[in-house]
Design a protein around this ligand. Sequence first.
Ligand SMILES: Cc1cc2nc3c(=O)[nH]c(=O)nc-3n(C[C@H](O)[C@H](O)[C@H](O)COP(=O)(O)OP(=O)(O)OC[C@H]3O[C@@H](n4cnc5c(N)ncnc54)[C@H](O)[C@@H]3O)c2cc1C
Ligand code: SF4
Length: 486
Amino acid sequence: MADPRGFLNTDREVAQSRPVEERVKDWNEVYVPGSLLPIVSKQAGRCMDCGIPFCHQGCPLGNLIPEWNDFAYREDWVAAIERLHATNNFPEFTGRLCPAPCESACVLGINQPPVTIKNVEVTIIDKAWDAGHVTPQPPDRLSGKTVAVIGSGPAGLAAAQQLTRAGHTVAVYERADRLGGLLRYGIPEFKMEKRHINRRIEQMRAEGTKFRTEVEIGRDIDAKKLRKRHDAVVIAAGATTARDLPVPGRELNGIHQAMEYLPLSNKVQEGDLTVSPITAEGKHVVVIGGGDTGADCVGTAHRQGAASVTQLEIMPKPGEERAPHQPWPTFPMLYKVTSAHEEGGERVYSVNTTHFEGDEDGNVQWLHLVEVEMADGKLEQKPGTERKIPAQLVTLAMGFTGVDRENGLVEQFGVELDERGNIARDGNYATSVPGVFVAGDAGRGQSLIVWAIAEGRSAAKGVDRHLMGASALPSPIGPNDRALAV
Ligand SMILES: Cc1cc2nc3c(=O)[nH]c(=O)nc-3n(C[C@H](O)[C@H](O)[C@H](O)COP(=O)(O)OP(=O)(O)OC[C@H]3O[C@@H](n4cnc5c(N)ncnc54)[C@H](O)[C@@H]3O)c2cc1C
Ligand code: SF4
């Protein structure tokens, strides 16, 4: 145990954010660089090394949290990164972007603020990179088997790294011009600077993983041909079909899916564009959808100089305390103030969009909404609550309905879908087609980075077993997902 009295003597402290007025003028990460270093060992010392560490259950990767908390407390950063990498290929992604269901399951959280697990995690990996402790780990010998991974998001990257290290020859196919999936073109720079993806890719290349960008399986290469060329395939193509809002006026100019808006802003940060063709500058912006994607649109619009930003959510405002049906150690739905929300804008709950109104040039100008309330388990409109708000740029951030079914990938492989439209798989992450596996949002539906990495690791084990008859690769999740996690 790190410090037997740590949880009694030390209060929870988290990474400091830069002042709002400073950070909205740039796109760098919102945190004060280095602010964790002076506090993190004491924070790790709050860990009680519980007999039953519920945080393990909360983390989909099964991260060995009390073990690395102990090493972080003792400032043994080499041992800490060894334990962290034992279960997580990319802690620099989760340490920045994970909603930390582990902290919701922390035993200290029953009657005190939980351990700052996510902050400890990111410090361990950042220190490891700075000290040169993250080095390529190429396999000792090659198996002679080849694997194609479709998609380079966190699920594809995790599967590819595990399989390469197991000795297989792995090629990752990515339809975008850069690698990283939603880490690259969904999540804005201010949440995670893309240099973190670039150096991981360099490590993976040095280990032997091959990458092919701007190749769309289903369009550029027939999926069946790809299957024939490789001993196994992992589909990690994400759940990129966005939910739409088919109300009158949807066709007006200035109404975009969030994933049309955010990638362009990321391309500006990559240096491909000088300004985004879809910019919020000087406009009244309305973001429809209250989740992570919506928050990313809010933060992006502020940085682009929006006149106002309003975020609409159809569901009621969540509570600030756990609801009785979401007791510890489950991951509760709570009211969250993200860094983007700290930066301004208004959030409006329990409203539904009825239609859009435009000007004579076909540009959206107003969004008409109505308040809604739950009645007999259904959302009903409240009569007399209709109103309109200015809207010159509208982004739709209402979630995703599953894997892309337009590009031929699903049909050409002939994989079965489940009742939710995701690619169906068994407990080994195998699809209905022999030798074809699926990991991440493509099989799970829209989810989280931590789940994508966990599934990539688990699918890699399924592939390795399929190719070699047995596998020594670790698998964080079996057929039944952990009960506590989101
Ligand atoms: C805007 C936004 C913000 C988010 N923020 C967070 C957050 O803060 N924290 C969090 O935990 N989660 C967040 N998420 C969710 C998280 O990003 C996803 O759950 C995760 O990226 C899924 O990983 P994946 O590897 O399964 O798929 P993806 O990251 O979607 O990657 C799939 C890749 O496959 C490629 N591809 C698709 N089809 C083909 C094909 N036929 N051929 C070749 N390539 C193909 C795509 O181009 C893409 O690069 C966010 C999601 C969005 C949209
Ligand atoms: S990956 Fe997420 S859930 Fe797991 S330890 Fe890190 S912050 Fe917690």
